[in-house]
Design a protein around this ligand. Structure first.
Ligand code: TRP
Length: 462
């Protein structure tokens, strides 16, 4: 079933861990609306494009680009960029996946149940500071991902997705209701949905920076699993008579709903405790929801269930990342599945150790600067490179490929057969040909320009 597999890939840490802390860091409402716009005019068109390419070629991304373009070197290289993105993303995704498994055990043991923000922060920071704890849970998470990819238990997994995804949605619903009733509903909702547009182009010191806009766009790629061909792989599972646009809209809606619900559950609690919404960073979900679990009746059980479901959602996303890497070696280079998974998984695991050690042994190593100009830890830096550079560049070429390069008959057949709506098709083609490449291209130029400073000169920063 395509919808289940695709939703399993899309819904993950991006929705529940990353989106809320980004919305907090980049100023709330304006960022949230910019993100919703990016999902609509960049994410959805590229999601349709990837599914279309995948169903037409019925291959992994490298194979798909190579077959459709008849071995054109340039397009094949775009497929390889996707494999590289999978490598990079999975390396740190697995570390954060490890945190969720760690918190599952902490919840079951009841070790954070004390409605005290200071103590709960300390528990999170102790976890980060312990290199062994980081390495062990990263290893556990990566081993689980590799195990599932080796044994290829796709059908079994989908049966679980079918049960556990709705459960996650219900549990988030419960947390939202709890946050709105027991937390600060006005504070949380106001922060998330009332835009202060200046926040989109300035940093904390009021200087010009395009970073929040770029982050919103990058996150649209990340959260929908776009820009590296994961959805090309899953598009190859879509039946010939199912509608691509309808499936894509369904996946995008579900994914967005989960991100917004998680944010509401978190920010109502943030404001109840008078915490600083911009300050938490990657620890947000681990530092705030435990406060809610500490106060609510049955919190230990609910917290345990929550982190278990979140671990599972992370696992189904990680599988899609590893699958893209492995599928290329299996299909195009004829490696055995087990060999490909063990070798590639091990390389990714080693790469991930650098992220696992980025808040302890390697805490003084910083790769990039954050929006305040401070050095960022390895994990945060690698995430930024993958999400804001690699995925948008991949997505830019995927849009061009689907909009211009693929034959007209293929597009028509893929999108119009059956119940395809002509209006949607026309709108999609226009947006994918003109709007998406221009918007993504401009944002990529803005990113490069960060180092040149032309926009800062034009918009007059300080
Ligand atoms: N979309 C997933 C999330 O939100 C992460 C993910 C899985 C991903 N596969 C991907 C991101 C492919 C980019 C590309 O957690």
């Amino acid at each position: 079933m395509f919808i289940l597999a695709a939703a399993g890939s899309a819904i993950g840490l991006g929705n529940i861990w990353k989106f809320p802390y980004m919305a907090g860091k980049y100023g709330g409402g304006a960022f949230v609306l910019m993100y919703l716009a990016c999902i609509g005019v960049i994410g959805l068109p590229i999601l349709v494009a990837e599914i279309l390419i995948g169903r037409d070629a019925r291959k992994n991304p490298v194979g798909a680009f190579s077959v459709i373009s008849r071995g054109n070197r340039f397009w094949t290289a775009v497929g390889f960029l996707g494999v590289a993105s999978g490598f990079v993303i999975l390396s740190y995704y697995s570390v954060v996946g490890g945190w969720t498994v760690d918190y599952f055990t902490k919840s079951a043991a009841g070790s954070y149940l004390e409605a005290n923000p200071g103590r709960i922060n300390e528990i999170f920071n102790q976890m980060l500071a312990n290199p062994w704890e980081q390495a062990v849970w990263h290893t556990v998470f990566m081993a689980a991902t590799m195990g599932i990819v080796i044994f290829g238990v796709k059908e079994g997994l989908e049966r679980w997705i079918e049960v556990l995804m709705p459960l996650l949605l219900v549990l988030l619903g419960v947390l939202v209701v709890y946050g709105l009733v027991a937390g600060d509903a006005a504070g949380g909702l106001g922060y998330l949905f009332i835009p202060d547009w200046s926040k989109l182009v300035t940093n904390a010191a009021g200087e010009y920076t395009p970073r929040p806009m770029l982050e919103a766009m990058g996150h649209a790629f990340f959260t929908l699993s776009l820009g590296m061909g994961a959805m090309i792989t899953y598009g190859s599972y879509l039946g010939d008579h199912e509608s691509i646009p309808a499936s894509a809209v369904m996946v995008a809606l579900l994914d967005t709903a989960i991100a917004l619900l998680a944010s509401i559950a978190i920010f109502t609690i943030v404001f109840q405790y008078g915490l600083d919404p911009t300050a938490a960073g990657p620890g947000l979900v681990f530092q705030v929801l435990p406060l809610a679990f500490s106060q609510m009746p049955g919190g230990r059980f609910i917290g345990t269930a929550f982190f278990l479901l979140l671990s599972f959602a992370a696992l189904t996303s990680a599988i899609s990342l590893l699958e893209v890497v492995v599928a290329h070696f299996i299909d195009d280079r004829k490696w055995a599945r087990r060999t490909a998974t063990v070798i590639m998984g091990t390389v990714i695991w080693v790469l991930g150790l650098f992220s696992a050690f980025s808040y302890n042994l390697l805490e003084n190593v910083t790769l990039l600067e954050d929006k305040e100009g401070q050095g960022m830890p390895i994990l945060d830096s690698v995430d930024l490179i993958a999400t804001n550079y690699m995925l948008p560049i991949g997505g830019f070429f995927i849009a061009l490929f689907a909009g211009w390069f693929i034959k007209q008959q293929v597009r028509d057949r893929q999108l119009l057969d059956g119940s395809g709506s002509r209006a949607f098709y026309r709108a999609w083609l226009f947006v994918t040909r003109y709007f998406t490449p221009v918007a993504v291209g401009l944002l990529i130029l803005f990113m490069i320009d960060k180092h040149l400073g032309i926009a800062e000169w034009v918009f007059g920063g300080k």
